[in-house]
Design a protein around this ligand. Structure first.
Ligand code: BMA
Length: 837
């Protein structure tokens, strides 16, 4: 049995897909059923009507037997003659989940134990002309883990594991065992492609493109190709950049593994920039190798940019900020989790929809969080295309892990594979060892509860192995051991606000008020969040009307944070008035979440350059559930996603009340040039009377945050009526609204909101409907819904000010009539949500 580390996206001369024609069966059962590859046993069972939808009601709780069973997948195939005639023949599984014994024509050819790298097996002497029988026998992960952990005095901490607490013995997506937003659906299966590959003289194992230098005049690059050669031989090398041939040389290969280096230059290079800072230019690099018997091509789409994580001593401690092409970039975004509990069914359209939603909300950065999967190629490809920076964790989260030699070898192989696969993506800016494990050890009590040897294992993985692999595989990006951490050396407090990145869970887990974000002076806020329910249409997808109570068993089954629903309710009580109606409660929970995260996000941006990132927890969901997400499982935007579009815009206006009582008007700019604009302040009472207004021209500094105006509450303009007034701030230039924000002087629960009267004007424009909304008095948290229809509003959950029309567009997926649109369109505001009428 021989295995070689190889990438999926290099092209081999001859291959035959083996994705079609599989059957599967439960070990011990007679019955075989058709299977889909890539896939997993849960989806195959559902397709064959052997189980019901795992996401519906509490079905999940009756599916644990799947993970306790062994499953056999089998394929009978006939090999293509062209492959059979080649000197080398390999069977390649891009991903197997997870413990499998593979047999071919009755012969045992591999045992697998890691879902995060491919398995390549030499089958030249086993495959025969005519029919071949390939079987993949998946051993119950839980049974295997029971063996692996047998005789141990203590298991590793793994608080999110909702099965047996043994998940950390397996290199498998941690969230598969459940998380505080995810179900416990422990999959097994051939979760990525499977194929045969054949070659004669040589094979390209891998290509990376290293950027040696980059300036305005020229970029120098080296394409490094790792090649397996059958014998000493000469190859012809043809290099192309985009459609242009740039070199054509010959080179000698030795027998065995070779690294060949092809130098490339690009004159007047165009750079790749993150969203909002410039274009996302990319170059296509393709290298073709020819011998008499073989032609192989490796291709990479690259972007030219420099990336640095600068950590510089300053009076507060040590900075933590990313510089792209020497420009300091404030990272605005969220944390990304796998977009499905069954990630093999995610297609390009699904990824594109989510990532375009991130961009539509002005996000320039996502963190691929360490409890999920190394994402699909298409994820990074779209991030490159759209200009989304990616903070990439290795897949370790909130648990400790073994570090015996075979585990370390498995992790090393996984890490090298993933880094080579992802190396060329300009979007990736950082390799990070894990999620919250250093914090767990130092600040969650683990160091008192567990033996010191567990920490030694931690150090072996995250301070010896992974930094070594990162240095060897990628000299261009920093390695950061854990998120959060305050140093690269496992010293210091990971919860420090002076250095490193920070996760702040005082709000939510420690039940502090939203305002406590404003005391958090972090250098880079990589996690903070608050939960909400998805919208009624999503809740209806997993409930029956009888479940419509947040404390019902089904609603609780779709809430995985133990105190979750009660916590939402208690925050709601502090800030709003709790409605009786179930649907209103769902929507109000979104308004509550958006309100809280807005307080945090605006604060972290105002702190720039002291703080250089705000990534809230979390962007998306893996099933329909109450969670911290701003976009639900079906891609529906919650109120928070609309709020993010405003608080992450390139120019943000942010009023905040100082201790003096005065309201300081900050403007935060991510623009690289000065911007001239008019700053308007209007102070209204809730009956629509304007009590004060001012206009002043401002020149906004580039890449900065500062106070541009102060609204005084001590002089006569402010009569102290905090319960029924609002300060509305806008930034305008050439008649265009650049930014707007409203400041309320007390929580909604204390306010005397007036009953809104709203005028809607609707205009059909192709598949879009432009809706203009007007009112004579301030309307707080106005929202539209057309939930029967497939589509999305360009703006929603906004405040309306007297006489200032707000425009929003419903982008309908289908061509529907104006009449139909009018008939389903509904609106409500905070007044209705709090049932004040
Ligand atoms: C963060 C994450 C996740 C978790 C979230 C909410 O720390 O890293 O582990 O889902 O908290 O509790």
């Amino acid at each position: 049995m021989s295995e070689i580390l190889i990438l999926q996206n290099e092209q081999t001369a001859v291959m035959q897909s083996l994705n079609k024609g599989w059957e599967f069966s439960k070990e011990g059962d007679e019955k075989w059923m058709p299977a889909e590859i890539p896939g997993c046993v849960h989806l195959d069972l559902q397709r064959n009507k052997a189980i019901e939808d795992p996401f519906y009601r509490d079905n999940e709780s009756r599916l644990k037997w799947i993970a306790d069973s062994d499953w056999v997948y089998a394929l009978t195939f006939t090999i293509d003659d062209t492959l059979l005639s080649q000197k080398h023949l390999e069977l390649v599984f891009d991903g197997l989940d997870t413990y499998a014994t593979i047999t071919l024509n009755g012969e045992n050819i591999a045992e697998t134990n890691n879902m995060f790298h491919p398995w390549r097996i030499d089958v030249k002497n086993i495959v025969k002309k005519g029919e071949n029988l390939l079987q993949v026998y998946f051993h119950s992960v839980l049974a295997r883990e029971a063996e692996l952990s047998k005789g141990r005095k203590q298991l590793y901490p793994s608080g999110n594991d909702q099965a047996n607490g043994t998940s950390t013995f397996t290199r498998k997506a941690p969230y598969n065992y459940g998380w505080d937003w995810g179900p416990c659906l422990i999959t097994a299966g051939i979760w990525q492609d499977v194929r045969l590959e054949a070659w004669n003289d040589f094979k390209i194992l891998n290509m990376t493109v290293v950027q040696d230098s980059l300036n305005a005049k020229q970029a120098t690059l080296t394409a490094v190709l790792n090649i397996q050669s059958e014998q000493a031989q000469e190859v012809a090398i043809d290099a192309n950049i985009d459609a242009n041939q740039v070199s054509n040389t010959r080179l000698q290969l030795a027998a065995g593994e070779n690294d060949i280096r092809v130098p490339l230059t690009i004159q007047n290079p165009q750079r790749w920039w993150p969203l909002g800072y410039g274009e996302q230019h990319r170059y296509n690099i393709s290298i073709t190798l020819n011998t008499e018997n073989d032609t192989q091509k490796a291709e990479k789409k690259i972007g030219l940019r420099t990336v640095e994580l600068r950590r510089e001593k300053d009076t507060a401690g040590e900075s933590f900020g990313f510089y792209i092409n020497d420009v300091p970039v404030f990272c605005k975004g969220a944390n990304w989790i796998p977009a499905d509990s069954f990630p093999n069914r995610l297609d390009e359209a699904w990824y594109r929809d989510l990532l375009e939603s991130a961009v539509d909300a002005n996000m320039n950065c996502l963190r691929v969080w360490g409890g999920g999967i190394y994402e699909n190629e298409i994820f990074y490809e779209i991030c490159d295309e759209l200009g989304i920076l990616v903070w990439q964790d290795f897949m370790f989260a909130c648990s400790l892990y073994p570090a015996h030699q075979s585990f370390l070898d498995s992790v090393e192989r996984e890490a090298r594979f993933q880094m080579r696969r992802l190396h060329h993506h300009p979007s990736i800016i950082l390799w990070c060892g894990n999620n919250e494990i250093e914090a767990g050890w130092k600040n969650w009590g683990w160091k008192d509860e567990y033996p010191a040897s567990f920490w030694d294992e931690y150090l072996a993985l995250f301070h010896d192995l992974l930094p070594m692999v990162c240095l060897e595989e990628d000299g261009s990006r920093a390695y950061w051991p854990s998120s959060p951490a305050s140093s690269e050396n496992a010293v210091g407090n990971p919860d420090s606000m002076n250095a490193g990145d920070d996760h702040y869970w005082g709000v939510w887990h420690a039940k502090e008020p939203f305002e406590s974000y404003q005391g958090r002076t972090s250098r880079f806020m990589s996690e903070y969040g608050f939960q909400s329910f998805p919208e009624p249409a999503t809740v209806n997808s997993y409930t029956l009307p009888e479940d419509h109570d947040i404390m019902s068993p089904v609603m609780q089954a779709h809430q995985r944070s133990a105190p979750g629903n009660a916590l939402i309710k208690s925050y709601m009580e502090n800030y709003y008035r709790i409605p009786e109606d179930f649907q209103r409660f769902l929507i109000l929970s979104q308004v509550l979440q958006a309100h809280g995260i807005k307080i945090g996000a605006e604060h972290f941006r105002r702190l720039m350059p002291h703080c250089m990132g705000s990534l809230y927890w979390q962007l998306n969901d893996c099933w329909p559930v109450a969670s911290w997400a701003s976009i639900d499982y079906f891609g529906r935007w919650k109120a928070l996603q609309y709020a993010a579009k405003r608080f992450y815009s390139m120019l943000m206006i942010s009023p905040v009340q100082a201790d003096s009582g005065n309201v300081e008007i900050y403007i935060v700019s991510d623009l690289q040039e000065n911007k001239t604009a008019d700053l308007h302040l209007s102070w209204y009472d809730f009956h629509g009377k304007q009590l004060y207004q001012s206009t002043e021209p401002v020149i906004i500094d580039p890449l900065s945050s500062r106070i541009y105006s102060i609204f005084s509450t001590s002089d006569t303009v402010f009569d102290g009526d905090s319960e029924q007034t609002v300060l509305y701030c806008t930034l305008q230039s050439d008649g265009k609204l650049l930014a707007n924000n409203a400041y309320y002087f007390t929580h909604a629960v204390n306010q005397k909101l007036a009953k809104p009267e709203v005028d809607l004007t609707i205009k059909k424009n192709g598949n879009n409907f432009n809706v203009s909304v007007k009112s004579t008095l301030p309307v707080r948290d106005f929202s539209l819904s057309a939930s029967e229809l497939d589509g999305r509003f360009s703006d929603n959950f906004f405040d309306i000010m007297p006489g200032v029309p707000r425009e929003t567009t419903f982008q309908s997926a289908d061509d529907i009539s104006e009449e139909k649109f009018r008939s389903v369109l509904q609106w409500q505001s905070l007044y209705e949500l709090m049932e004040l009428g």
